[in-house]
Design a protein around this ligand. Structure first.
Ligand code: AMP
Ligand code: GLY
Length: 427
């Protein structure tokens, strides 16, 4: 198979790493990719939303499959773009259709979908500026803290949690008046869910599905979950409280009704579903759907998949996923993100990175890196994801932190407490 992978983060480096091991791979291209993906395939300088250039490239290079890493091209309709053009309609696109992508692209759509299909989630209502007073009334019926969500994509910043009612009303007013631009023209207000969060991942061909390894990520910049939200500062897999009973509940109450709901609504969906879940005393609730893999979760999930990813994805494309083999390694995977000092606020770029070549016990997935004058430099906030596999979480963490000690760049920052909550978790 000739494969084109879209994206340029640590997630895509992990995709490229896994795809490069496939017996079914002939040639891997990554658009636009990063210096890490360039080691595993050929980077091509095409933007992920430049559908016309992607079409031309796919025809020229006889691409068989396009794998979409980030959500944006899917929300913009790349799946439908391919299906609707005779010349490229037989090229498989791994991802949701434009309507399916609304599960991530519109919180209101996702909540309505869950309500319609009896999928456990927080009680909610959606408001616009025209009925803001009804929004204030709804807030009065809830208990603190209050959860307000911009309906549209807001670069991961569209969720505001308010401690008191006055603050919630003021935030609702600000959001409906454009705090997050068009994304907050509609605002979902929902009940606050208590519990511990976990990410679960599903691959579906629209009929059957495979459950992939679960992961827990660490969103705050500081140790002990302090400070600003980030894209994720580390991840671990497996997660101790995701036992067979919990998985069974997620499959029967969430995944199966989700796939049945997509079928009932005639929504094409052939790709990954990322469930952001709250475990409330052993009961799973959906916080959010994402239509892609997580980053940095992919950097721990893929190393634990003991199967040929392209074989699974071929199953997705041909709706024969049911007949493909999927297994999970027993080992624990952890990843620790090395970030630029200052992230998620402003930070310097163009700082030389050294020492990756000395790492032998971990995998170093590149995210915010670039090559300048033959030297590897930082080019983003999250720079590297250092992943290790071991028999225990303690040993995996030890390997990642020892590997990080070999890597140097000015003002490098990483969390020191990845996985500690799992180590201390008591049922
Ligand atoms: P989202 O973008 O929907 O994942 O929300 C961002 C974060 O806000 C989640 O990862 C949770 O930590 C938190 N959150 C969202 N919805 C709720 C909820 N209903 N109850 C408690 N926390 C929530
Ligand atoms: N790490 C969270 C995400 O990818 O959305």
């Amino acid at each position: 198979m000739n494969v084109l992978l879209l994206g340029s983060g640590g997630r895509e480096h992990a995709f490229a790493w896994k795809i490069a091991q496939s017996k079914k791979l002939k040639k891997l291209y990554i658009a636009p990719g990063n210096p890490g993906t360039a080691i595993l395939g050929e980077n091509v300088n095409i933007g992920i939303n430049d559908f016309e250039e992607i079409r031309k490239f796919c025809v020229e290079k006889k691409i068989n499959m396009v794998i979409v890493g980030p959500e944006e091209p899917l929300v913009n309709g790349i799946f439908d773009f391919f299906v609707n053009i005779e010349q490229i309609k037989n090229i498989a696109v791994i991802g949701a259709s434009k309507t399916g992508a609304m599960l991530e692209g519109s919180k209101d759509f996702a909540k309505e979908f869950m309500q319609k299909h009896n999928i456990p989630t927080a009680r909610y209502k959606t408001f616009t500026l025209a009925n803001i007073n009804k929004g204030f009334e709804f807030l009065e019926t809830l208990r603190a803290p209050y959860v307000l969500k911009a309906d549209g994509l807001a670069a991961g910043k569209g969720v505001v949690i308010c401690e008191n009612i006055n603050n919630a009303k003021a935030t609702l007013t600000e959001m409906l008046n454009g705090k997050f631009g068009a994304a907050s023209q509609k605002v979902v207000i929902e009940e606050f869910l208590n519990g511990i969060e976990v990410s679960m991942f599903v691959l579906t061909d629209g009929i059957s599905y495979k459950l992939l390894p679960e992961a827990k990520d660490y969103k705050r910049i500081g140790d002990c979950d302090k400070g600003a939200n980030t894209g994720g500062m580390g991840a671990v897999s497996p997660v101790c409280f995701v036992d067979d009973e919990f998985k069974q509940k997620v499959c029967s109450r969430i995944i199966e009704p989700t796939i049945a709901g997509l079928q009932a609504e005639k929504i094409n969906y052939q790709g990954f579903i990322f469930l952001g879940l709250m475990n409330n005393c052993g009961e799973p609730y959906v916080i959010e759907y994402n239509i892609r893999m997580g980053d940095p979760e992919t950097e721990v999930v893929f190393p634990r998949i003991d199967a040929d990813l392209l074989d699974l994805l071929e199953g997705v494309a041909t709706k024969t996923l049911n007949s493909r083999k999927n297994k999970t390694h027993d080992e624990t995977a952890v990843t620790v993100i090395c970030a630029s000092g200052g992230y998620p606020d402003s930070y310097k770029k163009g700082i030389e990175i050294s020492g990756i070549e000395n790492v032998d016990e971990s995998m170093v997935f590149q995210a915010g890196t670039t090559i300048c004058n033959d030297k590897l430099q930082t080019s983003g906030g999250r720079v590297l994801a250092v992943t290790s596999l071991a028999d225990t979480i303690e040993n995996a963490l030890k390997k990642s932190y020892e590997s990080i000690a070999k890597i140097k760049f000015q003002d490098m920052y990483f969390r020191k407490d990845i996985g500690q909550d799992i180590l201390n978790y008591k049922k």
